[in-house]
Design a protein around this ligand. Structure first.
Ligand SMILES: Cc1cc2nc3c(=O)[nH]c(=O)nc-3n(C[C@H](O)[C@H](O)[C@H](O)COP(=O)(O)OP(=O)(O)OC[C@H]3O[C@@H](n4cnc5c(N)ncnc54)[C@H](O)[C@@H]3O)c2cc1C
Length: 307
């Protein structure tokens, strides 16, 4: 296949935000290329998704494959490669890929997502998808009337523990020191719940279970019987590719975008988990709103430039 080199829009990284952004751009007849390398995106790692409208229950990978098909059917071009360089010169973006292709575009959408911070304990990978989870909104309902452990000390950990306490039988909040960094309002609410127990000055040593999580062994002599463990110790946005561009970022390194999804660099847009938008409520449906808005903003900008 002969590659074109000049596009209206290049979308960097596929999946939750990237493929649908391409699909929307195609519907506006905006010449777009989606560059995607790693399979599945964040949702692709989820073995069951039950909150994507219209799909009662399906593996995340299956939903992502449908996103891909939809983009292909909409005539988005898709290139399975890495992007090794992104620069802006003379009002044009220049992109170099891992095989050395040199591409250019009037506009770029970054849909690079983010990664959940891991504890990097050996057991974490062993039980990934077997009820080590990083997202209570995504997986909480699978623990109805069960006992779970939450690891974390910021607002996310405590608010997610409160959410899980409405669903689960028992929630243990484990933190390695006595001091939590969440707002006192959240901590007070958690203390008032009969089924939340704080296990402070403790660390998770090991997880055991035949197939799935069954028991959490702590650094002291204690161990907790639990069917799952949630880790809520923060996220790391994937912004390496634009590290030289000095874009505006917030304290957590998310890209600051305006209401039209444009970053602090003109014609560089971002959508999905990598941005500050959607109140950082990191769900596919929120990325959906952002990809749609981004394509619409680009369409408006291109029209303005033509006239
Ligand atoms: C285990 C899990 C379960 C989830 N369950 C649900 C759920 O049930 N419902 C829901 O709505 N949401 C769920 N989410 C959240 C949802 O997946 C995200 O909000 C959504 O995928 C964000 O989309 P995105 O396009 O911004 O990022 P992503 O889908 O993560 O896509 C970004 C892509 O860019 C790639 N990338 C980034 N940097 C590079 C690089 N340098 N080189 C190559 N590739 C790169 C990433 O690998 C990834 O493939 C879940 C998340 C996880 C982790």
């Amino acid at each position: 296949m002969e590659w074109k080199t000049d596009y209206d829009v290049i979308i960097i990284w596929a999946w939750s935000a990237g493929y649908p952004a391409g699909m929307y751009c195609s519907r506006y007849k905006i010449k777009n290329l989606i560059i995607g390398w790693l399979p599945g995106g964040a949702l692709g790692t989820s073995h069951k998704v039950e909150n994507w409208p219209g799909v009662i229950s399906a593996p995340g990978g299956e939903i992502m494959e449908d996103f891909k098909k939809h983009a292909e059917e909409s005539w988005s071009e898709i290139l399975t490669e890495m992007v090794t360089k992104l620069e802006k010169h003379n009002n044009h973006f220049h992109i170099v890929t891992s095989s050395g292709k040199e591409l250019s575009a009037k506009k770029v959408i970054l849909a690079t997502g983010n990664n959940y911070r891991h504890l990097w304990a050996p057991w974490e990978d062993d039980f990934l998808g077997k009820w080590v989870s990083y997202c209570a909104t995504c997986d909480g309902m699978f623990f109805k009337n069960r006992d779970i452990v939450m690891v974390g000390w910021w607002n996310t950990a405590i608010t997610e523990a409160l959410y899980l306490a409405d669903i689960c039988n028992k929630v243990y909040i484990v933190h390695r020191s006595e001091k939590l960094r969440a707002e006192n309002t959240w901590i007070d609410k958690a203390h008032k719940r009969d089924n939340i127990e704080f296990v402070l000055n403790e660390e998770v040593e090991e997880i055991t279970g035949k197939m799935f999580v069954e028991e959490i062994k702590l650094k002291s002599w204690k161990s907790l019987k639990a069917d799952g463990i949630f880790i809520a110790i923060g996220t790391i946005p994937n912004v390496d590719l634009v590290s030289e561009m000095h874009l505006d970022k917030d304290a957590e390194w998310c890209l600051v975008v305006d209401k039209r999804q444009e970053t602090s660099l003109k014609w560089l847009y971002a959508a999905g988990d990598v941005t500050t938008n959607s109140n950082k409520f990191r769900q596919t449906i929120m990325s959906a709103a952002e990809w749609c808005l981004t394509a619409n903003s680009i369409h408006e900008d291109l029209l303005m430039e033509e006239h």
